[in-house]
Design a protein around this ligand. Structure first.
Ligand code: IVH
Length: 671
């Protein structure tokens, strides 16, 4: 029996450590919060039942989270604690029972209830009313210093308003994304071909750890403050609700639903109200925090194992889940021709809004989860903006359900769909497919592609409906007269649009390559190709191997580029665009004269904090060039985890090998 317990404890610890690392260090959660809580509680139970197996380094003893390497460390003057959870009213009552047993006067003080914003915790140090440093929570004892990035958040005052603040204090709060800002960020990433961020919480954590503060600023983060640790000076307020008022006076943003309640019955009523309006909040929240209002009692109540305070508890809401019927499975055609299945649902309320569709990701997902048309399905929206189908409720099947057969042909144009054996997506290969046209033209005209001002979704729809265009090349034949005949087009707006289309002829080759919507070719790849080949004709004549050799490209992308250029329909489209006088060259980058001037670098393995394209961009900006294979001419090999044969070869040839931290040091970035 105890052998089983020992094995289970070891396995649970392993799972939590893996999850902690994925969450805190990689900003990429491996499991859901609910799963984490279940595993954590099971481990706590086993450790209590078998104290002999409890060890000081168990994840239950630590606040969780590691400290990433590229940012300066910040030691918190007081630890940043986490919160115990209550998942039901009973558990909330049990909490009150426990604390009144420790300290009978607690009940008389009443409670504050604050919405628990789903973001990332920060600590802001103010000396004499001025923001000195800002840091992430890290492992609760040591975080990362991200002052410059926190200074870009408008909700955080750089100098406090009013008066009466302690000479030295740490203000604690939560940095978060609004749902709209998060959706916009992901939309932009999708357009650039960057991987999408899993949820607003991890996106907020990642945004704070950017090396370039202008990136952080562009993400429009927000912050609510909710706590003060006085280091030098007088206490701020005898109560938590009074403290929130003071924070607001000093210029901090305060979560607007926070308020005082005389007893637990009132707390319950408030929780029911808040849970009902959760889906309509402009940000994600996963529950409320109930806090003993009388702050003098906080110290007396103390903490549990230095990890969680006794004076506060998180009352978690159930995740936003709904059960409904899957009426049908539709297939959407994206601009690169990707065929994506989506769920057509019997309308159902989910987190305060009615939904009638949800994503099914890809065909394999549907088949693996055995999701059938007519099934009763579970739908969730946990952090993400677009709801997704979790799976079928198999027990209630009546036999009328139909297995989904991915269509053999594109639903928009009938061209047989293609699928690479090692990919999950299927594609419509027809470059002039009308299903691809709408999204394709919108993408072509966007700011970071051909930058055609005034050509947004609505106008593209109008041009397609009026049959004035069928593809992007047709844009260059449009005349003012044709447009004036359309709804909402006056003489002036028509000529402005024609002028904007005309001006786009000057966009460089990299913009055009990105604009074409070639599969796998996002902005970064387009720039790499344009810089390497300089001329469109050179790219059109290049063999697949040469294309694959361009840094940051590789065989899959090269194959997609070659297939695009070889496809008669897309080749014709490119011909028509060049006939219309579009720029087909890339200006040569000027010599920059940076610290890595004249050096050839090779990257291998995965780096601890930077992506490969970030590292490549930094090397190039500093004057270095990138090579794909290691030779005697290679100056430096930048190696990360799981570096393979390139590392061996570098060692054999005596080429210098360094790690990411050393690169950052050489570029004068803090390590
Ligand atoms: S109080 C010791 N209040 O939830 C008190 N935390 O699960 C700890 N959070 O690390 C924090 N909203 O990041 C508190 N109104 C709120 C909060 C809040 C969100 C986060 C915070 C904390 C985590 C604990």
């Amino acid at each position: 029996m105890s052998g089983d317990a020992r094995a289970e404890i070891a396995s649970l610890r392993g799972q939590l450590e893996h999850a902690n690392r994925a969450y805190y260090e990689l900003d990429d959660p491996a499991i859901s919060d609910a799963e984490y809580d279940i595993i954590f509680r099971r481990l706590q139970e086993l450790e209590t039942a078998h104290p002999g197996f409890a060890t000081p380094d168990s994840p239950t003893r630590r606040v969780g989270g590691g400290v990433a390497s590229h940012l300066p460390r910040h030691v918190h003057r007081r630890p940043m604690l986490s919160l115990a959870n209550a998942f039901s009213d009973e558990e909330l009552h049990a909490w009150e029972e426990r604390i009144t047993r420790v300290l009978p006067s607690t009940r008389a003080a009443g409670y504050t209830v604050e919405v628990k914003i789903d973001g990332t915790a920060v600590s802001l140090t103010y000396r004499n009313g001025e923001l000195m440093t800002g840091a992430t929570r890290g492992n609760g004892l040591v975080g990362e210093e991200v002052t410059a990035n926190l200074r870009t958040i408008d909700d955080i005052p750089l100098v406090l308003r009013g008066s009466g603040w302690p000479a030295l204090m740490e203000v604690r709060g939560e940095v978060y994304f609004t749902r709209i800002a998060f959706a916009k960020l992901n939309a932009r990433r999708a357009q650039d071909g960057d991987p999408l961020l899993a949820n607003p919480r991890n996106a907020a954590a990642g945004s704070l750890r950017q090396l370039d503060s202008s990136t952080t600023r562009s993400r429009r983060l927000r912050c609510f403050a909710f706590q003060v640790e006085v280091i030098e000076g007088d206490a701020v307020s005898p109560t938590q609700h009074g403290l929130l008022e003071r924070l607001a006076e000093w210029g901090f943003a305060i979560e607007p639903h926070a308020g005082w309640h005389p007893d637990l019955a009132a707390v319950h009523r408030r929780i029911v109200e808040l849970e009902g309006s959760l889906g309509t909040l402009p940000f994600d929240a996963d529950g409320v925090v109930v806090k003993v209002d009388q702050r003098s009692l906080h110290d007396e109540l103390g903490t549990i194992g230095g990890r969680e305070p006794r004076w506060a508890i998180a009352r978690k809401f159930a995740p936003e889940v709904a059960i409904t019927r899957l009426r049908d499975i539709g297939v959407n055609v994206g601009r690169t021709g990707a065929l994506t299945p989506y769920a057509v649902l019997e309308p159902v309320e989910l987190g305060g809004v009615t939904i009638s569709s949800a994503t099914l990701h890809n065909d394999d997902n549907v088949l693996q989860k055995d999701i059938r048309i007519g099934d009763t399905v579970e739908v969730v929206r946990a952090g993400e903006v677009i709801p997704r189908v979790v799976g079928p409720v198999v027990a209630v099947r009546d036999g009328s359900e139909r297995v989904f057969v991915p269509p053999a042909a594109c639903p928009a144009c009938g061209t047989p769909a293609v699928r690479d054996p090692d990919e999950v997506m299927r594609y419509c290969p027809n470059a002039s497919c009308p299903g691809r046209a709408f999204e394709g033209i919108v993408h072509f005209a966007a700011r970071d592609t051909m930058d055609i001002r005034g050509l947004g979704e609505e106008r593209v729809r109008q041009l397609l409906d009026a049959e004035l265009v069928t593809d992007v090349a047709d844009l260059y034949a449009l005349t003012t007269d044709q447009l004036v005949g359309l709804d909402r087009f006056a003489e002036q707006s028509a000529s402005q649009l024609v002028a904007a289309i005309d001006a786009s002829r000057q966009r460089p080759l990299s913009a055009l390559l990105f604009a074409l919507g070639i599969r796998h070719v996002g902005r970064t790849v387009a720039i790499a190709l344009a810089r390497h080949f300089h001329e469109l004709t050179a790219l059109r004549e290049a063999g697949e191997e040469e294309i694959a050799g361009v840094h940051g490209v590789g065989p899959t992308i090269a194959n997609a580029v070659r297939s695009y250029l070889d496809d008669p329909a897309s080749a014709r489209l490119v011909d028509r665009l060049t006939d219309h006088g579009l720029t087909t060259s890339e200006p040569r980058a000027e010599a920059v004269g940076g610290p890595l001037e004249g050096q050839t670098w090779v990257l291998t393995g995965s780096l601890p904090t930077l992506t490969r394209s970030e590292a490549s961009a930094m090397i190039e900006q500093a004057g270095g060039t990138l090579g794909t294979s290691v030779s005697k001419k290679t100056s430096v090999v930048l190696a990360g985890e799981e570096a393979g044969s390139k590392l061996d070869r570098a060692r054999k040839l005596g080429v210098e090998v360094i790690e990411e931290a050393e690169l950052l040091r050489r570029l004068g970035r803090p390590a």
